[in-house]
Write a protein that binds this ligand. Structure first.
Ligand code: CA
Length: 339
């Protein structure tokens, strides 16, 4: 390995194959990232990642329209709409926003977990944004093939499309979210009260395919979720729709396809949130009531979900039946499928 400076060394270690991975993990291990303040090598490792940021982060400014040409692929980059307005992104395949330097967070989720830096698309403080006919995935670099480190899957990717920090008036349509762990986070923290009254998002005619969780997970936002198609993976599935702090999800005519061992009650998860309105859901072709099933199944262990979300969506075009949407989305969602 070349010795041309700490930054370069650590960067190579972080993305330097098996030996590099071992050194990086030794540098940021639980002993240094746990109770003690990180110092020395780990800090250098993290500062080395700033060089990575220059390569990965692709800022998108206000009043910008990006439309992919035929077969356009953006690989290894993170499109970031930060504090910008009036942005359209269409017809792009964005994949593998890979992080060479995941950070171990010992206090996450009880067992600790890996925190990675990049979403394939990140909307932060963004307003009036339309994302349409994009395909977002880890294609070529699935987290499932990463090793287990500190008893957790060594994740390399964060969200496929995260919408945070007071973003507002966002529509995501006719897009494909595929082969990924955390698909879409709307609202990044229970304490981000600046998100209150914002994070108004419409998600329609999207396909969530082999996604482990967050399709989406919502805090604070008023989210209209209609005519989406879910193809739930067999392995490592956690949930699809996450109901969290002060969220107000209004779901209509969505279709789920699941393997045999996934139950209706598995599709929704709530933490510190309970407002979830749903109608017209299809589960493997059969109509189901997600709220009634969730409440019956989790009776006694979780707070009941309530159908009163305090608002009714009005800003939308025609809403299809779940059956029609299921067929149309399978055929028409994603990059390369503009009508
Ligand atoms: Ca993120």
């Amino acid at each position: 390995m070349p010795r041309s400076g700490t930054d370069r060394n650590l960067r190579l270690q972080g993305c330097g194959g098996h030996q590099g991975l071992k050194k990086y993990l030794a540098a940021i291990g639980p002993r240094t990232q746990g109770s003690a303040e990180p110092q020395g090598e780990p800090e250098e490792a993290h500062s080395a990642s700033s060089g990575q940021a220059e390569r990965v982060e692709l800022p998108v400014g206000s009043n910008t329209t990006i439309v992919g040409l035929k077969n356009a692929v953006l690989k290894g980059g993170s499109l970031q709409v930060r504090n910008a307005t009036n942005v359209i992104i269409r017809n792009l395949d964005v994949r593998d926003a890979y992080d060479c330097f995941p950070v171990w967070q010992p206090n996450t989720g009880g067992l600790g977990d890996w925190k990675t830096a990049y979403d394939t698309i990140w909307l932060s403080g963004a307003s009036h944004v339309w994302v349409d006919h994009v395909t977002l995935s880890d294609k070529g670099h699935p987290d499932a093939e990463e090793p287990t480190c500190f008893a957790r899957n060594y994740l390399r990717h964060d969200g496929l499309l995260d919408i945070t920090n007071g973003s507002d008036l966002v529509t995501v349509s006719w897009s494909r979210f595929a082969d990924h762990d955390k698909a879409m986070l709307i609202g990044s923290s229970d304490t981000a009260s600046g998100d209150r009254g914002r994070l108004r998002v419409t998600l329609h005619h999207n396909q969530f395919e082999s996604v482990v969780q967050r399709a989406p997970r919502v805090r604070f936002g008023q989210v209209h979720l209609y005519n989406n198609r879910y193809v739930v993976p067999s392995d490592d599935y956690r949930y699809s729709i996450g109901v969290s702090t002060e969220s107000a999800l209004y779901a209509e005519n969505n279709a789920f396809h699941t393997p045999g061992h996934i139950e209706v009650a598995d599709l929704v998860k709530s933490w510190n949130g309970s407002a979830f309105h749903q109608t017209g859901t299809l589960f493997n072709g059969y109509p189901v009531d997600l709220v009634a099933v969730y409440n019956a199944y989790n009776s006694g262990s979780e707070r009941d979900l309530t159908e009163d979300v305090g608002w009714t969506p009005t800003l939308h075009t025609k809403i299809d039946s779940a059956e029609t949407a299921d067929r149309e989305v399978a055929r028409g969602a994603g990059a390369g499928r503009l009508p």
